[in-house]
Design a protein around this ligand. Structure first.
Ligand code: CMC
Length: 428
């Protein structure tokens, strides 16, 4: 790979250095472009634009490779648990036993949320979307920990802030769910590990001990691991962008939660189940819906299909599809939409429209079917994605600060009116 790129503009040749990452991805460093040429680049949706250098997650869309800190996602999903992966993403290495115990203990000390925050839950209508609540509640944490607003926190204080966020997120998520049912809230129990504690607060009871099936705990760990980071996607870039103004961690992550909500991003998992239900109610004719997805005059898109980066297969989808079969079998659940999903996948994978555009099932195609088998209602699916993505957002925010990155501020090519004269309102 050449290490100099040339751009010819107005008869002049300008040279730009290239950089190559540890996995041999090349980039042209155009940071001096405007100074040298007066031009900027334009790249809608940042399809070719690297916003940062990062050592957290690597993904190769052509080969379908995903690694966190150099560890293959397949190996982490099989052998690790969510807390261990969270530590890996945030601190860079797999923890020793002592480090993991200390991490778990620290988190356990901060799982309670301020009792005054319970009033916020009371204020939401029971049918309000959990993602709207989650974003607002996570931002509200900044009001209870004003020290987190301080930009120049010591490394210890910064670490405590991220521990508090990791610790309180499962409590907030499960309480949103309990409130939606009108059920009493279950408080965190420190004897449980991270995922068991979350599941107990979500599905447990105050009056008697509910033992959560280990199959369920394992499935939940796998799902959370698969969602834990995905480099510079829409929500991670949002977290970094908001954080680049020296905005506190809680508010930055709250912005990431909002970015995740959209059906083109994390909201796709809810949209997939709604789509499958719609197809089922319509008689299950998958061919008809494939044709609708291909019709450019029809706004319908095949939810859970396609990805900005993966153009071969999504490695997370492969793991999830297998987990989906296993979980449903072990729990003895027979979900009719699973058959529709499989028929839809098979038909799309052999259809030239999908093949030519390299559209494959993504992480969200089967995840909703597992969440449903575990007992979650559809509108909680994207919240579960957020719970999984939290360590990734924290790691991205932390890395951005440690690298002392400048405030994010893209430029534009202005295409509006030039000079206009103000006219009196009565004369317009
Ligand atoms: N159904 C039908 N056509 C599609 C789909 C789809 N799901 N996805 C892309 N296309 C077509 C699109 O119409 C375009 O066709 P043409 O070249 O003829 O105009 C072509 O494929 C390229 O699509 P694009 O929208 O330019 O691709 P993108 O990289 O901007 O968008 C995407 C990626 C994920 C937003 C898109 O594939 C999509 O909307 N998928 C459905 C939503 C979804 O499942 N999102 C979850 C993504 S994975 C979870 C996460 O990490 O966020």
């Amino acid at each position: 790979m050449s290490n100099i790129a040339e751009i010819k503009l107005n008869g002049k040749t300008h040279e730009f250095p290239t950089i190559v990452g540890t996995e041999n991805e090349g980039a042209i460093d155009i940071s001096k472009l405007r100074d040298l040429t007066g031009y900027i680049t334009i790249d809608f949706g940042y399809k070719n634009t690297g916003s940062t250098k990062s050592a957290i997650t690597f993904l190769d869309g052509e080969e379908g490779i995903l690694k966190y800190r150099g560890y293959a996602i397949e190996e982490l999903a099989e052998k690790s648990n969510f807390l261990e992966v969270s530590y890996l993403l945030i601190y860079g290495n797999l923890p020793t036993e002592t480090e993991l115990t200390a991490f778990q203990n620290e988190i356990s000390r901060h799982t309670l949320i301020h009792e005054d925050m319970k009033k916020f839950f009371d204020g939401y209508p029971s049918k309000s979307h959990p993602m709207g609540q989650l974003s607002a509640l996570i931002c509200s944490l900044s009001a209870f920990y004003p020290e987190s607003l301080e930009v120049n926190q010591s490394p210890e204080e910064k670490n405590l802030t991220l521990i508090k966020l990791l610790a309180k997120m499962p409590t907030i998520v499960s309480w949103i769910y309990k409130k939606s049912l009108g059920h009493p809230l279950i408080y965190p129990k420190n004897q449980y590990d991270y995922v068991t504690n979350f599941m107990n607060m979500t599905f447990g009871q105050r009056t008697e001990e509910v033992v959560i099936d280990p199959v369920v705990i394992k499935a939940m760990n796998t799902l959370l691991i698969l969602h834990a980071d995905h480099e510079q996607n829409c929500s991670a870039s949002t977290v970094r962008m908001v954080g680049s103004s020296d905005c506190n961690l809680f508010a930055s992550v709250s912005a990431g939660i909002s970015a995740l909500w959209g059906p083109l991003h994390g909201g796709a998992n809810q949209a997939v189940i709604e789509m499958l239900e719609l197809i089922k109610a319509d008689g299950g004719d998958t061919e008809k819906w494939i044709n609708k997805a291909k019709d450019k005059n029809d706004p319908f898109r095949m939810m859970g299909f396609g990805h900005r980066v993966y153009k071969n297969f999504d490695p997370r989808a492969k793991i999830i599809k297998k987990a989906c079969d296993d979980v449903l079998e072990k729990l003895g659940v027979n979900d009719p939409v699973l058959d529709i999903a499989k028929k839809l996948e098979a038909a799309a994978l052999s259809d030239p429209y999908f093949v030519e555009r390299k559209l494959y099932p993504n992480v969200d195609f089967y995840s909703g079917i597992i969440y449903r088998a575990l007992g979650f209602p559809t509108n909680m699916f994207t919240v579960l994605f957020a719970l999984g993505r939290l360590p990734g957002w924290i790691a991205q925010w932390k890395e951005m600060h440690e690298n002392k990155e400048p405030i994010g501020r893209p430029r534009q090519v202005y295409t509006g009116h030039t000079d206009r004269n103000y006219t009196d309102i009565k004369k317009r």
